[in-house]
Design a protein around this ligand. Structure first.
Ligand SMILES: Nc1ncnc2c1ncn2[C@@H]1O[C@H](COP(=O)(O)OP(=O)(O)OP(=O)(O)O)[C@@H](O)[C@H]1O
Ligand SMILES: [Mg+2]
Length: 252
């Protein structure tokens, strides 16, 4: 049995793909999570440790990376964090920026297999959207093409079904989600319902304090479990910094 999503590609019912990323291509896209340990990678290992501690302490496993504006570095942080995490723990990286997807291109994934968008439109099973990254315990689910009907797709029950499915729960994996900007549409409100905690990326000199409050309000009651300061101006050596903002289990 196969499914033929709107874009016209034929998708096997279960498969997905296995993918061997190209190291030079990743480096050109600032994807450093597979590279040997270095100073550049250090902030991501710090975030990884804090996230693992948080997951163990709270028993939660689905975390989204968001920010106030486009271009703050959400995809950069989510993808590198997922790769660094996958070195030590089973990891699933999911793209939910349906309006302006970039994860597939950032990692060099092919575009001839199904995406999260096809799954949410009911056109293929979740497993068909998976790219297993060779040499790592990492499954990536990217969006195949931009969708104008993002709101409707994110409001469907496909999203909670994918993030709470038996295979994912049994695997013990941690899920990192790359999202759209939190306050430009209500996409993030819809995503937050299926998420245990948020990591908020802020840029020094660009992200206003009020915007962080607005994000906290938009995703409530999902807690913000950490903030990531990206592209620090005052401390250029520390291009990424991590602060623990709030922890604890999701409020009922
Ligand atoms: N710390 C960093 N070091 C190097 N490059 C970075 C860093 N943070 C972001 N970038 C680069 O800046 C650009 C924007 O980052 P990215 O796409 O991750 O932002 P985004 O918040 O996901 O944007 P969008 O809202 O459009 O999805 C990308 O080219 C990314 O590679
Ligand atoms: Mg992005």
């Amino acid at each position: 049995m196969s499914f033929i999503p709107q874009g016209g590609i034929e998708v096997p019912a279960v498969a997905g793909i296995t993918f061997a990323p190209d190291a030079d291509y990743l480096a050109a896209n600032h994807m450093i999570g597979l590279a040997p340990l270095s100073n550049e990678l250090h902030p991501f290992t710090m975030i990884r440790s804090a996230l693992l501690d948080h997951a163990r302490a709270t028993g939660t496993r689905v975390f989204a990376v968001t920010s106030a504006e486009p271009g703050n570095g959400k995809t950069h942080i989510a993808a590198n964090l997922a790769m660094v995490l996958a070195r030590v723990h089973p990891t699933v990286l999911v793209e939910l920026d349906l309006r302006r997807p970039s994860l597939g291109e950032r990692l060099g994934l092919p575009d001839d297999y199904a995406g999260v968008d096809d799954y949410l439109a009911g056109e293929c099973p979740w497993s068909a959207t998976q790219a297993r990254i060779e040499g790592l315990d990492l499954a990536v689910h990217r969006v195949r093409r931009p969708r104008l009907d993002a709101e409707a797709l994110l409001a469907s029950n496909g999203l909670p079904l994918a993030l709470r499915n038996r295979q994912f729960l049994d695997s013990g994996a941690i899920c990192i989600i790359d999202t759209p900007p939190a306050i430009l549409s209500d996409d993030m409100v819809l995503i937050a319902r299926s998420v245990d905690g948020m990591l908020v990326v802020a840029e020094e000199g660009r992200t206003a304090r009020g915007a962080l409050r607005e994000i906290a309000h938009a995703v409530s009651p999902t807690p913000i479990i950490g903030t990531v300061l990206n592209r620090s101006i005052s401390q250029p050596m520390r291009r990424i910094d991590y602060g623990y903002y709030k922890s604890g289990p999701r409020e009922a």
